[in-house]
Design a protein around this ligand. Structure first.
Ligand code: ADP
Length: 624
């Protein structure tokens, strides 16, 4: 022993205790010793002193050696205790050893004490080592099973008969079995199946002695129920020191969700593919990064005439005209799409037979999650018909503009020139009246008056026509006009009417607009004149309003007059259309048509909201 052995002696007789120490010394034993003579001293001592061994007198009254041993072992587990006693019978000795004493020594044979202590200490040391080794083993086992149980993969050990011997928590959870229920079962029984799996990797590992793996799914396992899920199973043989396979470890990973998600993606891709393939009015196809055709749909075949097997793999420049190819339009289109994500164009394209169609093309760059260019999606629409229709419409519009212009010119010239013969008619009628006045009877004079009146009326109508056509032919360029100014002019021009009817005119605050000032004045003048003319029993009250809307000003002229039946609200803007006779309300039905023409020349629109007897509000707009 390297260091002195600590000995606790429980002995009520001090001379016996001394004798023991002496004997031990004599035997050359290196030790320190503390002695307790009674129960209290013993209990007190084991609180403060850590002995390697206890020598206990068997016959201390009221607290014998075995009782002392029991107390000591509560504190120091496995401590060797040697019962020292006077005469001791065989039976008693056996009782002591049964009770857990390490050994016993008779007081008259104390010479044995040294070797007995030595042996007891050695055994205690061995016991301690064994305990520690067991503890370490238990700890490592605990750690191992904690580790295996914390793995989400299911792990099981099978013997060579494919009988389950052990499984981790994940395996137990998946099968719903406890370890004892599982032990001894065949793997497929544990899973509620009545047949082994097809291509079972565990069987393969046991049979071949080599690692094996397989993906087991309801699709490749005909006898599996569909809710069994999908698994990746790997198995490795376990071998003894001689290389014989003694079992197999199985590790399986549940891939049900992964497969389900993959299947969902596959199905949705399939649906999309079918949809794209079935689209007939659009050519929808993919190009690789170099511009080679990768896919082709029905619309593409319909528009471009190529079949999928003819065009897939070919460069998409085959759809471009020679001129576009020479200027590398296809290459530039891909370049722009790759750079900006998208390229859009309308232009000529070739069909397989070389005929040209007008295409509306969108090329979109397709990139993977990492942003790497994977190719291009191309959508092409044949807009030849639309293009032709647009061109046709454009021609019609130009033709209309031209004939309108001619008509304006004609109306202007005609009305101008028509006045000349009218003046002649009037002049000659007057001459007739003067020269033959006395010869003509009352009836003749009446006819002459009719002819003259008609000529005058015709002159007035022609004047109206002239005014109407002048809106376009004699319009002034637009400039910034404060609307309040134009309104003021109009009111000034109408001052006699206003005074006569005691009309009240009010207005909102009015903006400045881009307009022909004269025409804006004319517009307000016509609308206010009508509002006065068509007043009812009350004095005319007219309000000019203004509202700013999205991209235009909306003006309104509201009156409290006789109103207009809703069915006439369009007709009144047509030239010479009136709703009353001239005896009742004088006029030619020209005012509103001129208003309409002025508003339209300014890029706006005019309309009326009214009900008979409830006043009218005329609205017109001008762009901001
Ligand atoms: P005119 O005033 O010479 O008849 P307009 O073209 O100015 O010609 O008007 C056409 C018709 O619209 C009028 O005859 C009248 O019936 C109706 N009208 C125009 N303004 C008003 C109004 N403020 N209130 C009621 N009716 C109106």
């Amino acid at each position: 022993m390297d260091k002195p052995v600590n000995i606790l002696i429980f002995e009520d007789n001090p001379s016996d205790a001394e004798l023991m120490k002496r004997k031990m010394k004599k035997a050359g034993f290196d030790f320190t010793a503390k002695t307790a003579q009674d129960k209290n001293a013993f209990l007190g001592l084991i609180e403060t002193y850590v002995p390697d061994i206890i020598l206990a007198d068997y016959s201390v009254p009221g607290f014998d050696g075995l009782a002392a041993m029991e107390e000591a072992r509560k504190r120091f587990e496995d401590i060797p205790v040697i019962i020292v006693s006077g005469a001791i019978g065989e039976e008693f000795a056996i009782e002591c050893l049964k009770a857990g004493a390490t050994d016993y020594v008779l007081k008259d044979k104390l010479a044995r004490l040294g070797p007995v202590i030595e042996r007891a200490l050695k055994e205690a040391e061995q016991l301690k080592e064994k305990r520690q080794a067991e503890q370490a083993l238990r700890k490592s086992e605990r750690e191992k099973s904690l580790l295996l149980d914390s793995i989400i993969e299911i792990i099981a050990y099978h013997d060579t008969n494919h009988i389950l011997q052990w499984a981790n928590n994940a395996y137990l959870k998946a099968t719903g079995l406890s370890l004892s229920e599982l032990k001894g079962k065949r793997c497929y029984h544990a899973w509620g199946l009545d047949k082994p799996c097809v291509n079972c990797p565990v069987t393969a590992a046991i049979e071949t002695g080599k690692a094996a793996s397989a993906e087991l799914t309801p699709q490749n396992q005909p006898h599996w129920p569909p809710d069994q899920g999908s698994w990746i199973v790997r198995a490795a043989p376990v071998k003894d020191d001689d290389g014989n396979t003694i079992g197999a470890i199985e590790i399986a990973h549940d891939i049900t969700e992964e497969r389900r998600a993959q299947e969902a993606i596959r199905q949705s891709e399939e649906r999309l593919r079918l949809l794209v393939e079935a689209v007939k009015d659009y050519a929808i196809y993919m190009l690789d990064t170099e511009g080679r055709v990768l896919s082709w749909n029905e619309g593409a075949q319909k528009i471009k005439q190529w079949r999928a097997d003819e065009i897939i793999g070919r460069d998409f420049s085959v759809f471009y005209t020679d001129e576009d190819k020479t200027s590398d339009k296809p290459g530039k289109a891909l370049e722009i799409a790759a750079k900006e994500g998208r390229f859009e164009e309308q232009g000529p394209r070739l069909r397989k037979d070389g005929s040209v169609f007008w295409a509306d093309v969108t090329i979109t760059a397709v990139r993977d999650d990492a942003g790497k260019l994977k190719g291009f999606a191309k959508v092409v629409r044949d807009i030849t018909e639309r293009k032709q229709a647009e061109e046709h419409l454009d021609e019609i519009r130009k033709e209309l503009e031209r004939s309108n212009g001619e008509l304006e010119q004609f109306a202007y010239v005609a009305s101008h020139d028509l006045r000349e013969p009218l003046r002649g008619i009037n002049g000659f009628m007057e001459l007739l009246r003067q020269r033959s006045g006395s010869k003509l009877d009352e009836k003749d004079m009446e006819y002459i008056k009719y002819a003259t009146d008609s000529a005058i009326r015709m002159d007035e109508l022609i004047t109206c026509l002239l005014r109407y056509s002048r809106v376009k032919t004699h319009g002034m360029p637009f400039s910034s006009i404060p609307v309040q100014l134009a309104l003021g002019e109009a009111v000034k021009n109408l001052k006699i009417n206003i005074a006569e009817t005691e009309a009240l005119i009010t207005s909102d605050e009015l903006p400045t607009v881009k307009a022909d000032g004269m025409q804006l004045t004319q517009l307000f003048q016509n609308l206010i004149a009508n509002a006065i003319k068509f007043h009812g029993d009350q004095k005319p009250e007219i309000h000019i309003g203004c509202q700013k809307l999205d991209s235009f000003w909306q003006f309104s002229v509201r009156d409290n007059g006789i109103g207009i039946e809703p069915q006439f609200k369009d007709r009144i803007f047509v030239i010479f259309q009136r709703l009353h006779t001239r005896d009742k309300y004088p006029g030619y039905g020209i005012g509103l048509s001129i208003c309409k023409r002025i508003v339209e020349r300014h890029g706006g629109r005019i309309w009326v909201e009214s009900q008979s007897g409830k006043g009218s509000t005329f609205y017109f707009t001008t762009p901001i």
